[in-house]
Design a protein around this ligand. Structure first.
Ligand code: MG
Length: 352
């Protein structure tokens, strides 16, 4: 009897491949991609559907295939249960079932937040006790390409009205990249992401050059598993703040690097969902760190989920959907530097 009741009210997990194309080939220090191989999650419950997206990254040991395999395991288990509001409990069960695989878990977890908002007819940020007022301006990323292409892409970004640019580094021609970006955008605030491409010595040298060129801060100068003392040396040698991205997945990573970095980059694809992202944010604040909310290259489903937490952070790097030429969803809308949420329930994402 109880089995029948549970089956009837159970949350059904469905998922499919979400393949999208970037407007330009997108280069970072690990490699260049034009296609993004994500996974869309749909949670069906009492006539409502919660949407979530997994944006796996190889440098976090995930791929579209691993996400599909993990979701298949979850779908065949009773991990989701029959209460969409038991989000923390579902996350705990997912962590118990399998370690890592954060982007797969994030897809399920954000879909639960979407579903709960739809059950309550309430936007997710309100459900979490947050406001939709004055989130920071989001930046737009200039990926690695040849110097002429970088100058062209920067010109385009300026023309399109972007207010802050994030420049990818970690090449043998990093100085040239900055010179070309500055040529096309002499006045825009810049930030730099080396994606782990530098040694401590190179990072300190670059920090001085970047400071002279008006760069606000540096993201992930050192490799993912760099030592605490190396981070600390770079922080102390740099005239501008040092943020960690790849090295920070969950809140315990923030505590581990406290004192050796100035800021953290939080992403749902690393935390495994919104609740752990809140923990990362609160832990970083406890250590007086700055916070940027970032994303992978993902559709408006994943990006919009992040925007619901945007009022809590200092900087936004939520341009993932803006880099796509074929985003199939409409969620938070870019308007003169800001990503604006709708008042639709849940994440507020609908098909375009
Ligand atoms: Mg980064």
């Amino acid at each position: 009897m109880s089995t029948t009741t549970r089956a009837k009210n159970a949350i059904a997990l469905n998922f499919e491949k979400l393949e999208m194309t970037t407007t330009h080939p997108f280069g970072i220090s690990y490699g260049t991609s034009e296609k993004t191989h994500n996974v869309l999650v749909k949670l069906d419950y009492q006539g409502l559907t919660g949407l979530g997206e997994a944006a796996p990254a190889e440098y976090h040991n995930e791929s579209q295939a691993t996400v599909m395999a993990v979701l298949d395991t979850f779908a065949k288990s009773d991990i989701l249960g029959d209460d969409p509001f038991a989000i923390a409990e579902v996350s705990r069960r997912m962590d118990k079932a399998i370690a890592g695989n954060a982007s797969a878990k994030a897809a399920v977890e954000m879909a639960l937040h979407d579903l709960c908002g739809k059950v309550l007819s309430c936007p997710t940020y309100k459900m979490l006790g947050l406001s939709n007022l004055q989130p920071p301006i989001t930046d737009f990323t200039i990926g690695i390409a040849d110097p002429d292409m970088i100058e062209k892409k920067t010109h385009e970004a300026v023309k399109q009205g972007y207010k802050v640019l994030k420049v990818k580094q970690g090449t043998s021609f990093d100085h040239e990249i900055i010179k070309r970006v500055r040529k096309a955008a002499p006045d825009l605030p810049l930030r730099v992401d080396a994606n782990g491409g530098w040694t401590p010595k190179r990072a300190i040298e670059m920090s001085k050059f970047l400071h002279e060129n008006g760069v606000q801060f540096i993201e992930q100068p050192l490799p993912k598993y760099a030592l605490y003392d190396d981070w600390k040396m770079v922080k102390e040698g740099s005239p501008i703040p040092i943020y960690a991205d790849e090295s920070i997945c969950r809140s315990n990573d923030v505590a581990r690097l406290a004192g050796a970095i100035d800021g953290v980059v939080v992403k749902l694809a690393k935390t495994g969902g919104l609740l752990e992202a809140l923990k990362v944010i609160h832990t970083a604040r406890a250590f007086s760190m700055q916070i940027m909310f970032g994303c992978m290259i993902e559709s408006s489903v994943g990006v919009t989920a992040a925007v619901h937490l945007a009022s809590l952070v200092d900087h936004l790097d939520l341009d993932g959907a803006l880099l796509l030429s074929d985003d199939p969803y409409l969620g938070a809308v870019y308007d003169d530097g800001y990503l604006k949420l709708s008042d639709r329930p849940g994440l507020g994402v609908i098909p375009r």
